[in-house]
Design a protein around this ligand. Structure first.
Ligand SMILES: Nc1nc2c(c(=O)[nH]1)N[C@H]1C(S)=C(S)[C@@H](COP(=O)(O)OP(=O)(O)OC[C@H]3O[C@@H](n4cnc5c(N)ncnc54)[C@H](O)[C@@H]3O)O[C@H]1N2
Ligand code: MOO
Length: 400
């Protein structure tokens, strides 16, 4: 039997092959999931001025020392400019409104009694309380985001807080998706004996869309050399990267490998991983190609561990390769294997440490295990595990 490629070697080869796409300036509303191409520096302070964190009264703390009521000398709603505070008085102020020059604290209205044009404080304030300082979130000139960072909701909000409406990001690109198998029918259709529903299509399309990819859906492709070759040709013409599922194993009905070799070449086939052994990787002419095994768990795992790092490397993502966390095994794995296993697991916190328990059925057709899990426990080849041992786990939050 041909030697299986170790996972780390395959990952290294795949990630090194990925070429960086160009830069585009996009409105931030279109940037969710995009990867920043340049670092972002703040052009302004955030917040731009000292402002109140409470609805209440702004004053000088020293003026409250004798406990006498203070005259309310101005009213400052958010959005207005304050005038300097008249000495020995207080200003009515609202959350987010600029603190007037001369005031050095804000007293919440719950700690005050208003009586006509005066206010009586019921607590002794301390200097600086309830004031949000100019630039305390972001100081002008500060680097706020680095090149290679992916933009999620918080990062987009941060850009907006700096007044930035257009961001330099890596150009989104197209990934064609095709699912091979005569047995496949789409959900919503009736199935005949021998047929199954196509679960890989929505699953892989969702994973691709989650990475900001523009998915070119080639649908279901029949198990014939001609249909497979035609679909591969069309997919390569329509997209920057082609991903298929199924048809990469050794049966006579598995045509993907031979047709990829007819149109280009395979650089990798058969990895020392479980699930996912028959993963195929190569080129269709100039177009990168990934052939994922058809078993749904194998498709999911190989996408997350190999295709995802490749696509994110094309985008220059600093976190293209997910990290693994040390966790305690809440299971025994008595039989070592020759392939690196990615067991579907759930993490829970016990005694200040995360521990992993496994889904009871780890078959590569059991998609329930993926829907249930929140981590993949990595069990290297030749390894057994006893309860309490430390194992590595990759959280799903870093994978999909
Ligand atoms: N003689 C051997 N047989 C197999 C080997 C082997 O080494 N020698 N490897 C096994 C392993 S491991 C895997 S993984 C599978 C991969 O096979 P293929 O990539 O060729 O996939 P198919 O045969 O097309 O399908 C496998 C399985 O998955 C179901 N499937 C396929 N596509 C979908 C889809 N879109 N949605 C839902 N389910 C899908 C398909 O019906 C099969 O049950 O090969 C083993 N065999
Ligand atoms: O390697 Mo296969 O993906 O175990 O079923």
């Amino acid at each position: 039997m041909a030697k299986l490629t170790p996972f780390d070697d395959a990952l290294h080869q795949i990630v090194s092959d990925a070429s960086l796409v160009g830069v585009e300036r996009l409105p931030i509303v279109q940037c969710r999931g995009a990867v920043l191409a340049e670092e972002i520096r703040a052009g302004i302070d955030v917040p731009p001025v000292d402002n109140s964190a409470m609805d209440g009264y702004a004053l000088r703390a020293l003026d409250a020392r004798d406990g006498q009521p203070l005259l309310v000398s101005q009213r400052i709603p958010a959005g207005q400019v304050a005038t300097p505070l008249m000495p020995g008085t207080a200003a009515r102020i609202f959350t987010g409104a600029p603190v007037p020059p001369g005031a050095d604290c804000v007293v919440a209205q719950e700690d005050c009694q208003r009586d006509g044009d005066h206010v009586q404080l019921s607590t002794q304030p301390s200097t600086g309380q309830h004031i949000r300082r100019r630039g305390e979130d972001i100081a002008r000139g500060q680097t706020v985001l680095s090149a290679g960072q992916r933009l999620g909701a918080a990062q987009l909000g941060l850009l907006a807080s700096l007044g930035i409406d257009v961001a330099p990001v890596r150009r989104p690109f197209k990934v064609a998706l095709m699912c091979t198998g005569d047995e496949l029918r789409e959900p919503g259709q009736a199935i005949e004996p021998g047929q199954i529903y196509n679960s890989n299509r929505p699953m892989l399309a969702a994973l691709l869309a989650g990475l900001g990819m523009d998915v070119v859906d080639m649908g279901i492709v029949g198990d014939s050399p001609e249909a497979t070759r035609q679909a591969l040709t069309n997919a390569a013409a329509a997209a920057d990267v082609v991903v298929s599922s199924g048809g990469v194993s050794v049966g006579e009905e598995d045509h993907v490998k031979s047709q990829v070799e007819a149109l280009g070449w395979l650089s990798l086939w058969k990895l020392a991983i479980k699930p996912g052994k028959p993963l195929a990787y190569g080129k269709l002419g100039d177009t990168p190609f990934f052939g994922l095994p058809g078993n749904p768990v194998s498709s999911f795992v190989t996408f997350c561990l190999l295709v995802r790092p490749y696509l994110l490397s094309m985008l220059g993502d600093n976190d293209a390769v997910p990290s693994a966390w040390p966790v305690s095994a809440d299971f025994d794995w008595p039989k070592s294997g020759s392939r690196q296993e990615y067991a579907r697991a759930r993490l829970s916190g016990e005694g200040g440490r995360l521990s992993a328990s496994l889904y009871p059925h780890q078959g590569s057709g059991v998609l329930s295990s993926v829907a249930w899990c929140d981590a993949l426990v990595v069990i290297p080849p030749g390894t057994t595990v006893s309860r309490g041992d430390t194992v590595s786990a990759i959280p799903m939050s870093l994978l999909d």
